[in-house]
Design a protein around this ligand. Structure first.
Ligand code: JFZ
Length: 575
């Protein structure tokens, strides 16, 4: 069981600032520039002589985070380049010893955070260190082979030496020089073995038991079961589960095309509207949003980043109540008009696009006290109709909206209810009549003792490696009719061989049975890191408005690359 008390502040906070700042910022081509441009260590070291961020002002950065609505900051204390951006007595490769600046920005930040009531965490690259050892240098080559990253015994010895001589002393410094540390944010653990991961995690907890640790301390490819010491999961870039999952997770996200500073010539800034959408979508899936900015080599946050943060901050000032300390969308479904967050006594409808036909919610059992716009100071009541529909055996809320909504990004409609939300305890067909059976809503059946089939924090059925494992969903159909059946699979992120192909599966629903393979699947590109594939299975008729169960029974699962069948959803689309 997770220590809930320790995570409480993090669950309430929802929104934090990530900062990537280091010697790489001088070159303005992202934090991977040393590797990407093959800059030798001794040449890269020279950058330190030029690093003099006299304009760095911890107070203004912390105040900016606060004004944006962020409750915590995570900053790169040491990135893969190995350079300590803090006063590290155990190493001479640090900002105090090597740069004309000669001061400790982390100390200034820690003090400013204390003053402003913002929590501070440190990013620390524990495995890749391109300065201290060479294990990390050909990491990309070694690990893009997929299944079997092999580290020689000699490399392993070197690595352990580095863990003892650099990582532990520096973690100790970070955990003793700056007061309470909210998070140590670990990264890219790929070649660490499980004992090493545990050892480092315990090392942190021994010094500051309440310091949170993300799951990038451990290679989840090699050890999908993870380790007990981690407090929450960090998703990949842009990765957000389809619906709420039973886990604590965050999406780290860049505000532009890289994490570290990128000069204007090479920069691609994200649309502020999209950045705000992510915040809302992530809250609705019960995660945290860690939005990154890359300060310039002078130590200031670029104007265009500030502009974006200000837009989010203005929205948060009015609507923050619908984000902080909320739980996610309880309906296990997306809506065409937007999404939902909630807390006891309140349901927040996030209207992202205007619903011409109003808003319909199925299955809400609470009695409603009133419905109003959050941005409306006088809380004028909106008209609604909340009733039990005998024909479909289900509660229906029909809500009509004002012609114009006050917020151009996301207008919040508040439903005041009595007590905690109470909705029908079954997945219900969506108001647009689609039936989307997402992985997190599945019942998982382990067919073998050693099977590792699980729902990941990112909302996929993963490690489905044995044909003896099977899954099913129960759901309520409101509208009988003809449906197209599709299956959506998600690739493994980050690896070269992202797919295993050659599965054969049996699907049972409403007295019919389909056997299908993934041969004729259609690929949909999702992001640089992962892809979705859709398999069209067939059509079927659902004849009654009632509860049904859909079952997937594999007949063969291909495990060529070790991934097996990675399932995101089964979709029933009305024809
Ligand atoms: C890592 C770093 O390499 C990068 O420089 C940055 O610090 C980022 C926050 O973390 O990059 C990753 C690691 C994992 C994924 C994506 C980017 N992932 O799993 O999708």
């Amino acid at each position: 069981m997770k220590n809930k008390n320790r995570l409480q502040w993090w669950r309430e906070a929802k929104f934090g600032m990530f900062i990537h700042w280091g010697l790489y910022s001088i070159l303005g081509r992202g934090e991977w520039v040393m590797r990407q441009e093959d800059i030798p260590v001794n040449k890269y070291e020279q950058l330190a002589k030029k690093f003099n961020p006299e304009k760095f002002n911890a107070d203004s950065i912390v105040k900016l985070a606060k004004k944006t609505g962020m409750k915590y900051i995570v900053i790169t204390a040491k990135h893969h380049d190995g350079f300590a951006m803090f006063d590290s007595p155990s190493s001479s490769y640090d900002i105090v010893d090597m740069t004309p600046y000669g001061k400790d920005p982390m100390k200034q930040l820690a003090e400013a955070c204390q003053r402003e009531g913002i929590k501070l965490g440190f990013y620390y690259s524990q495995a890749q260190d391109w300065h201290a050892h060479t294990v990390g240098d050909d990491w990309v080559e070694k690990h893009s082979k997929g299944a079997d990253p092999i580290i020689s015994e000699e490399d392993r010895k070197e690595f352990k030496k580095y863990l003892n001589q650099k990582v532990k002393p520096q973690l100790k410094e970070l955990l003793t020089q700056y007061g309470p540390v909210a998070i140590i944010w670990f990264d890219t653990p790929y070649f660490m073995n499980k004992d090493e991961s545990k050892e480092i995690a315990q090392f942190v907890k021994n010094i500051q038991p309440d310091c949170l640790i993300n799951d990038r301390i451990v290679s989840l490819y090699e050890f999908p079961e993870g380790i007990m010491e981690t407090d929450y999961s960090s998703m990949g870039d842009d990765e957000i589960p389809a619906v709420v999952t039973e886990s604590d997770w965050e999406t780290p996200m860049t505000i532009c095309n890289w994490w570290g500073y990128v000069n204007e010539k090479n920069n691609e800034w994200k649309d502020p509207k999209i950045l705000l959408r992510y915040l809302i979508d992530i809250a609705a899936k019960e995660g945290n949003y860690l939005l990154n900015v890359g300060p310039t080599p002078e130590g200031i946050i670029p104007e265009k980043a500030i502009k974006r943060l200000n837009i989010i901050g203005e929205w948060m000032e009015v609507n923050g109540e619908s984000i902080y300390n909320t739980k996610g969308n309880p309906f296990y479904n997306e809506f065409e008009w937007g999404t939902i967050t909630r807390k006891p006594g309140k349901i927040y409808l996030h209207v992202l696009s205007y619903p011409e036909n109003g808003i319909k919610l199925y299955g809400l059992k609470n009695s409603i006290k009133k419905i109003y716009l959050l941005a409306d100071n006088v809380q004028e009541k909106l008209k609604y109709n909340h009733y039990f529909n005998k024909g479909i055996n289900c509660n229906v809320l029909d809500l009509s909206l004002p012609k114009r909504l006050p917020d151009k990004y996301d207008t919040i409609i508040v439903i005041d209810i009595n007590g905690d939300i109470d909705i029908e305890d079954i997945l219900i067909q969506r108001p647009d009549n689609k039936i989307i059976l997402n992985a997190p809503t599945a019942n998982i059946h382990q067919g073998k003792k050693d099977s590792l089939i699980q729902i990941t924090p990112s909302g996929v059925i993963d490690n489905w490696l044995y044909k003896e494992d099977w899954v099913d969903w129960s759901f309520k159909v409101l509208k009988p009719g003809n449906y197209k059946v599709e299956l959506v699979m998600r690739s493994k992120s980050w690896y070269k061989n992202r797919w295993d192909i050659g599965h054969k599966i049996k699907l049972q629903l409403a007295g019919r049975e389909f056997i299908f393979t993934d041969k004729d699947s259609k690929k949909i590109k999702e992001s640089e890191f992962q892809e979705l594939k859709v398999i069209s299975i067939g059509r079927l008729k659902i004849s009654e408005a009632k509860k049904y169960t859909l079952t997937l029974l594999p007949q063969k699962i291909s495990t060529e690359n070790g991934w097996g069948l990675r399932l995101q959803s089964v979709n029933l689309i009305p024809e």
